[in-house]
Design a protein around this ligand. Structure first.
Ligand code: IFM
Length: 485
């Protein structure tokens, strides 16, 4: 096996006073209880039942059974000592058909979860959309149509109305790149479409939905409001002008579609060069960009690995059937470093480079929170029942070192959430990929903290001791040292 690019330090990386530590999860990946208490079907219930879509034919029907075991999971968070926990709200629990009044039992679940977190001194951070669109809305066009954005604004108002008094930070969307382009162009996520213009329209309507949700959250008095994006670090395969031009197109597809409207108040400059006539903007309305660019309190950044990009011919020579991810660019993983079981290369310095570049490119960028970072590894349970996941610890340590370097370089980052608290349903990869710092035995639902959990716990304790932070007090709220507003 090849070695990591650079060995991680053995000391704990240091972060400023008030820096938040947390872990993250998402509803469909952990909750299970897919048909309880009035929950309606989501696009992932449908997609995961289609033969060949998900490894091993897995579904989120049971997942980690968190819906019933959330108290045990919050206790794990309490022992870990995190400041904050990022979870997502399942839209189909709140509006089983995607429209109309709230299903009280659905809201009750998140109410209980939030209260349990607060009772443990953990600050709740809620994502409104982590990919589980009500199937009824997909049946009417999904994110391809503007109506879904409008319904999303209404859904945001229902959730905020119930929880804004207790949730400290809100993320409207998680990784809209995946919703739009993996779901509607590559066909590798629900709803499994392979489209051109439909995917570009979806990207735009996701942004409009974000803007409407921000409005609803503000109207409900939400404390901190943001969005979670997954900007990619895109590296040219060679320095040839053709490869550099391919990177430019990939930047448009992965990053500019989101960052330009949100943080520069304009549509991407290179969209015509990336998509030609597909990017006709016919799905846009006057005033949209102002709606999308409304100021945020933070931007959530999810980061895992860099992508290598090379110039390539179109996969589909026919413009009429070409998908929006077919942009004359071939994406691959570099092979001279260690890979996680996802096949992703471990190159921590690209995390620093990405954050420094984003801060430079977007002067109006609000403070960042790293809302996901972590690795899937081939964990084994030893005879003593322990999981010595040293590869995951190396990954986390080296990425936290890289993050600390970005902070020292002046990037305003206020917190970090490990993905993930629990092993869980890794979308099209099913249950084979384990990202948790807590192992889940899916046959028994037994939770076992891995060595990485204990390591993260020590890191948090060392940070508190160094910054003389007060220990968390159950029943009180933990907020970041600085107010990002
Ligand atoms: O599991 C996912 C998560 O839902 C979104 N971000 C990436 C993670 C790992 O693939």
């Amino acid at each position: 096996m090849s070695l990591p690019e650079s060995p991680a330090s053995t000391e704990f990386p240091e972060f400023p006073d008030g820096f938040l530590f947390g872990t993250a999860t998402a509803s469909y990946q952990i909750e299970g209880a897919y048909d309880e208490d009035g929950r309606g079907p989501s696009i992932w219930d449908t997609y995961s039942r289609e033969p060949g879509r998900v490894a091993g034919g897995a579904t989120g029907d049971i997942a980690c059974d968190h819906y019933h075991r959330y108290r045990e999971d919050v206790a794990l968070l309490g022992d870990l000592g995190v400041d904050s926990y990022r979870f997502s709200v399942a839209w189909p629990r709140i509006q089983p058909e995607g429209t109309g009044p709230a299903n009280a039992a659905g809201l009750d679940f998140y109410d209980r979860l939030v209260d349990e977190l607060l009772a443990s001194g953990i600050s709740p951070a809620a994502t409104l959309y982590h990919w589980d669109l009500p199937q009824a809305l997909e049946d009417r066009g999904g994110w391809r149509v503007r109506e879904t954005a409008e319904r999303f604004g209404e859904y945001a108002a229902l959730v905020a109305d119930r929880l804004a008094d207790r949730v400290d930070r809100w993320m409207t969307l998680n990784e809209p790149f995946c919703s739009a382009f993996v779901g509607y162009a590559a066909g590798a996520h629900a709803p499994g479409a392979r489209e051109g213009r439909g995917a570009l329209a979806a990207a735009h309507h996701l942004l409009v939905g974000h803007g409407l949700a921000v409005r609803a959250l503000r109207a409900a008095g939400a404390r901190e409001v943001g969005i979670t994006l997954n900007p990619d670090r895109l590296l040219p395969a060679t320095d040839s002008p053709a490869d550099l031009a391919a990177v430019r197109r990939a930047e448009t597809l992965h990053n500019d579609v989101w960052f330009e409207p949100l943080f520069a108040g304009r549509y991407p400059e290179h969209e015509a060069g990336t998509w030609g006539e597909l990017a006709d903007g016919s799905y846009r309305r006057e005033g949209d960009v102002a709606l999308v660019a409304a100021p945020l309190d933070f931007v959530g950044i999810n980061y895992y690995r860099p992508i290598t990009v090379a110039d390539a011919p179109y996969h589909d020579p026919h413009p009429a059937t070409r998908t929006a991810v077919d942009i004359r660019a071939e994406e691959s993983w570099r092979d001279d470093v260690r890979h996680t079981t996802m096949g992703w290369p471990v190159v921590p310095h690209t995390f620093t480079d990405l954050l420094v570049d984003l801060a430079k490119r977007y002067p109006a960028l609000p403070p960042m929170l790293i809302t996901e970072n972590g690795s899937a590894e081939a964990d084994t349970v030893e005879a003593d029942g322990r999981i010595h996941d040293t590869d995951r610890i190396d990954y986390l340590r080296s990425h936290l070192d890289a993050l600390a370097a970005a902070v020292r370089a002046g990037v305003d980052v206020r917190g970090y959430y490990v993905w993930s608290l629990l092993d869980n349903f890794e979308w099209a990869r099913g249950y084979d990929q384990r990202f948790g710092i807590v192992r889940v035995d899916y046959a028994t639902q037994q939770r076992t903290p891995k060595d990485s959990y204990h390591w993260y716990r020590e890191l948090i304790a060392a940070h508190r001791a160094r910054t003389h932070a007060q220990p968390r007090t159950p029943g009180t709220r933990t907020t970041p040292g600085k107010d990002p507003r």
